[in-house]
Design a protein. Structure first.
Length: 149
């Protein structure tokens, strides 16, 4: 299993950061791999809400279906992949914690890549690339949120 954890400090209030990590239109600005984000079935309490994202990497598009597993407004948002078409088991979360100058955002993901290639190549090469990309995404998130605050 690959575990990636990335943290960034953002000079903005939690409610503004929350909008940027939960609203589809805003997510597409900073999450650069995704080209489309659609809510399929939104639950009033948010947990159980399903949605999909279309990811494009090197010209190849793939659909990923997700379900929200935790929703504590302005604090924690977690979701897991439910797609059957991809051989990946993944859980992701964003945690927002107040700091003196704004908030600290922590992104965590646990990914189990399927197949032989995933078992061999994943642990060796994917973790470093994934961490670097997540850090770049969070920098874009930080710049976007701080520009709005």
């Amino acid at each position: 299993m690959l575990r990636v954890k990335t943290t960034i400090d953002i000079a903005a209030p939690a409610n503004l950061i929350w909008r940027w990590i939960t609203e589809p239109g805003k997510v597409l600005i900073w999450n650069t791999n995704y080209k489309e984000y659609k809510i399929i079935d939104e639950k009033k309490e948010k947990v159980g809400t399903t949605y999909y994202m279309i990811q494009e990497i090197r010209g190849v598009s793939r659909r990923y279906d997700f379900v929200v597993t935790e929703w504590i407004e302005n604090k924690r948002f977690a979701f897991r992949i439910t797609s059957k078409e991809v051989d990946i088991d993944a859980e992701h979360s964003y945690t927002i914690e107040p700091t003196e100058k704004g908030c600290r955002v922590t992104f965590e993901e646990d990914i189990e890549l399927g197949g032989v290639a995933g078992k061999i190549v994943g642990p060796i090469f994917a973790k470093r690339a994934m961490k670097k990309h997540r850090e770049e995404m969070l920098e874009i998130l930080k710049d976007s949120v701080e520009a709005e605050s």
